[in-house]
Design a protein around this ligand. Sequence first.
Ligand SMILES: NCc1[nH]cc(CCC(=O)O)c1CC(=O)O
Length: 309
Amino acid sequence: MQMKPYRIGTRGSPLALAQASETRARLMAAHDLPEEAFEIVVLSTKGDRVTDRPLSEIGGKGLFTEEIEEQLSDGRLDLAVHSTKDMPTSLPDGLDLIAYLEREDVRDAFIGRTAPRLEDLPPNAVVGSASLRRQALIRRLRPDLSVITFRGQVETRLRKLDEGQADATLLAHAGLKRLGNTEVITELLDPEKFPPAPGQGAICIEARSNDERIAQLLAPINHVDTHVALMCERAFLAALDGSCRTPIAGHATIEDGHLSFYGMVLTPDGSVWHDIRTTGPAGDAAELGADAGAEIRGRAGPAFFETWA
Ligand SMILES: NCc1[nH]cc(CCC(=O)O)c1CC(=O)O
C-alpha cells in the first residue's frame, strides 16, 4: 500500500519555498525516499498579506506562523519549515521546533547602489530596511544617515532599491544565497560590528511535540551544533521578552563543545546600547543565553526598555 505523503507547510515567498525544498531534499536523502513521499503545502499568512505597514506596527506574535501552526496542531500538516529568525520565542502548546538544518552564514549583507560600503555612504544617504535591529545598528554606526522602512519579499526590496527609493539596503546573506542572488551584495558586514538577529541563517522545522513518527523522520537531518547555538540565542531573546518590536542581536557559535555568545540590545535610534559576551559549555546553552539576557536587563535598567514600548 502506498503511504500518504508527509505534508510540509511553508509560506509562499521564493525564500520560504527554497527552504522547504531544501528540507525536503535532505529528508529524501536521509531516508532514501522519493520526492512523492512529501507534499509541500503553501499557506498565506497575515504577515504575507499585509505589506504596507512595518511589521512592528501590525504587531501580534506569530504573524508569519499562525495559519501554519493551526494546521500543524490539527494534523493537516506534519511539519513546517521556517526561518528561525521569524519564530516567536514561545510557540503554541503542543508544538515545538524539533530540528534545525546546518546554519548558513549569519552575516548581514550590505547592498549599496550609490556606494559599495556602509562607511562610504555620504551623509544623509538613505538606507532602507524593515528590521528594527538593522535600523538601530545603522543609526548607531552612522547617525548621519537617513533610515527608511523597506518591507516586502527580498525581491521587492531589491526592486525598491533599483528604483532609487534608497541608496542602500541590507539583507541576510543566508537568504540571498538560498535565492541564488549573491551578486547584488557589495559588502558583508562584520558580525562584531553588525551582530545578526537571533536565529539568522538557520532553517528550523516545527512539528507536534508528541509526534514520535515525525521526531524520527527529523532526527537525522538535525544539525546538533546549530540546534545548541539556537537554544542559547532564543533563551537570550526570551529573557529580554524579545519581539519584532525590539532591536536585539544575538549570535552563538559552538566549537568543540564550547559555546561563545555575543548579544546586544539597542534603543531604536541606536544612541544607547548594551552588549555582552559570554562563554561556557555547550551543554549549558539555554542557561548561558538566559543569564546573558538577565544580565543585560539588569545593566540596562527598566528605563531602557521603555524606549521599546
Ligand atoms: N524576516 C524576513 C527574513 N527571514 C529570514 C530571512 C533570511 C534568511 C535567514 O536569516 O535565515 C529574511 C530576509 C532577510 O532578513 O534578509
